[in-house]
Design a protein around this ligand. Structure first.
Ligand code: NDP
Length: 391
C-alpha cells in the first residue's frame, strides 16, 4: 500500500501532538509533507526532524531565525508567517489536519481543500464562521472533510450507510465542564485556573475554559448544523459526566445509535487518519462492567447560557457564526487576562449578538471578506463592552 502524504496545521498543539503520536506508531504508512506551529519552535523543529518533514512553518515571522537555527543541517525547509501557512497548504498532500486554534485555522484549510483530497477538521472556527463557504469549496474541488471533534466523529460514524432523511435528531453529549456541580451563585467568581481544569479530557487551555462555559459545546452545536445539514430544532445537548458516549443519532424508527469510547482524542483522529479503513489504535478498551452505569442530566441554560446563544446563532444563520466566534474569542481573552469574570463572557457575546442581530450586516453573503469584516466589528463591540463592564 502506498504511503499517505500528510500535512499537519497546528502540529505543536494538543490535537497536533496526538496526530503525530499516531503517525509515529505507523511510520511506514505516512510521509510528512509539512508541519506548522506558532510559538513552540523547539517542539516543531524536533518533530519535523524526527518525521523527516519537507517543510516546517511557524506562524510567527519573528521566530523564523530561531526555527532555521533549530533545523540547521536537517534538510527541512523553514518558513514563517500567514502567507507561508497558505504556501504549506498549497503543497500537494493526501491528508491535511486542520488543528490551528482560532479563526486563523480557516485559511490554510480552505487552501488545502483545493487539492481535492482530505481535510481532517479539528479547528472548530472553520465551520462556525464559514460553514457554507468551506463545504462549497470542498464540493467544488471534490475534496472530503472528515470531522475530528469526538462528537462529530461519533455522529459521522453513526451515520455510515444511513439515509440522512431518516434522522430525527442528533444528541451531542457534554461533560458539563469544571463547574458542573458548583452552586450557581459561585460560578461568577471562578478563576482561570479553576476553569482550565477539566474533569475528563486533557486539552489545550482555551478549549478547556470553553468547556467550563460550554462555549465549546455551543460551537459544536453550530458545527453539527453546518456539517451534517441538520435543523437546529433537531439538535439536542445532554450532560453526560462520564464523557464515554460522545453523541447519539436518533432515527425515525425510534432507534438511537450511540458512539461509546474512552475520552481520548486519538480515536477520532485515528479514525480520520485511516479512513475509510479502521486500524488498531492505542486507546483504552472500555470495561463496561467496571464502569457500571452511564448517567445523564439536562443541560441547563441558566448554568450554561452559551447554549441558548448557539440556538440564536443557528436560527439567524448568515454571518452570525462569525460574530459569535469573534465575540467569544474576545471575551475569552478578557477572562484569561483578568479583565472580566467567568460569567461576563456569555454577557459579552450576548451583547454583541444583540447589537448585530437582525441587521443587514449579519445576513450578508458568507464570503471571506464579509467574515473578516464581521469578525472585526464583533471584536470591537466586545472590547467596548469589556472596557465598560470589566473590573
Ligand atoms: P492548542 O492550543 O493545543 O494548539 C493550537 C495549535 O495552533 C498550536 O500548534 C499553536 O502553535 C498553533 N497556533 C496558535 N495560534 C496560531 C496562529 N495564530 N496561527 C497559526 N497557528 C497557531 O489547541 P488544540 O490542539 O487543543 O485545538 C486545536 C483546534 O482543534 C481548536 O480549534 C480546538 O477547538 C479544536 N479541537 C480541539 C480538541 C482537543 O481535544 N484539544 C477537540 C476537538 C477540537 P504553538 O503551540 O506552537 O504556539
Amino acid at each position: 500500500m502506498s504511503t499517505r502524504r500528510v500535512t499537519i496545521f497546528g502540529a505543536t498543539g494538543s490535537i497536533g501532538q496526538n496526530t503525530i503520536d499516531l503517525i509515529r506508531r505507523a511510520p511506514t504508512d505516512f510521509t510528512v509533507v509539512a508541519l506548522t506551529g506558532a510559538r513552540n519552535i523547539s517542539q516543531l523543529a524536533k518533530d519535523a526532524r524526527e518525521l523527516g518533514a519537507e517543510l516546517a512553518v511557524t506562524a510567527e515571522p519573528e521566530l523564523l531565525s530561531e526555527l532555521r537555527a533549530a533545523l540547521a543541517g536537517s534538510g527541512v525547509e523553514a518558513a514563517a508567517g500567514s502567507e507561508a501557512l497558505i504556501d504549506a497548504a498549497a503543497r500537494p498532500a493526501d491528508w491535511f489536519m486542520s488543528a490551528i486554534v482560532g479563526a486563523a485555522g480557516l485559511y490554510p484549510g480552505l487552501e488545502a481543500l483545493k487539492h481535492g483530497t482530505t481535510l481532517a477538521l479539528a479547528n472548530k472556527e472553520s465551520l462556525v464562521t464559514a460553514g457554507p463557504l468551506l463545504l462549497e469549496t470542498a464540493r467544488r474541488y471534490g475534496a472530503q472533510i472528515l470531522p475530528v471533534d469526538s462528537e462529530h466523529s461519533a455522529v459521522f460514524q453513526a451515520l455510515v450507510g444511513e439515509d440522512l432523511s431518516a434522522v430525527e435528531r442528533v444528541i451531542i453529549t457534554a461533560s458539563g465542564g469544571a463547574f458542573r456541580d458548583w452552586p450557581l451563585e459561585t460560578i461568577a467568581s471562578a478563576t482561570v485556573a479553576q476553569a482550565a481544569n477539566h474533569p475528563n479530557w486533557n486539552m489545550g487551555t482555551r478549549i478547556t475554559i470553553d468547556s467550563a462555559s460550554m462555549f465549546n459545546k455551543a460551537m459544536e452545536l453550530i458545527e453539527t448544523k453546518e456539517f451534517f445539514g441538520i435543523e437546529s430544532s433537531a439538535i439536542e445537548t445532554i450532560v453526560h459526566p462520564e464523557s464515554l458516549i460522545h453523541a447519539l443519532v436518533g432515527f425515525n424508527d425510534g432507534a438511537l445509535m450511540a458512539h461509546v469510547g474512552p475520552p481520548d482524542m486519538r480515536h477520532a483522529i485515528g479514525y480520520a487518519l485511516n479512513y475509510p479503513n479502521r486500524k488498531e489504535l492505542p486507546v483504552e478498551r472500555l470495561d463496561l462492567a467496571k464502569i457500571g452505569q452511564f448517567t445523564f442530566c439536562e443541560a441547563c441554560v441558566i448554568r450554561y447560557p452559551a447554549l441558548a446563544l448557539a440556538r440564536s446563532v443557528m436560527e439567524q444563520g448568515g454571518l452570525a457564526g462569525a460574530a459569535f466566534n469573534a465575540a467569544k474569542e474576545q471575551a475569552l481573552d478578557g477572562f484569561i487576562d483578568g479583565q472580566i469574570g467567568f460569567t461576563d463572557m456569555a454577557n459579552t457575546v450576548e451583547h454583541v449578538l444583540d447589537q448585530l442581530g437582525g441587521t443587514a450586516d449579519l445576513s450578508e453573503m458568507i464570503t471571506l471578506e464579509n467574515i473578516v469584516q464581521t469578525d472585526q466589528i464583533a471584536r470591537r463591540i466586545a472590547r467596548d463592552y469589556i472596557a465598560q463592564h470589566g473590573h
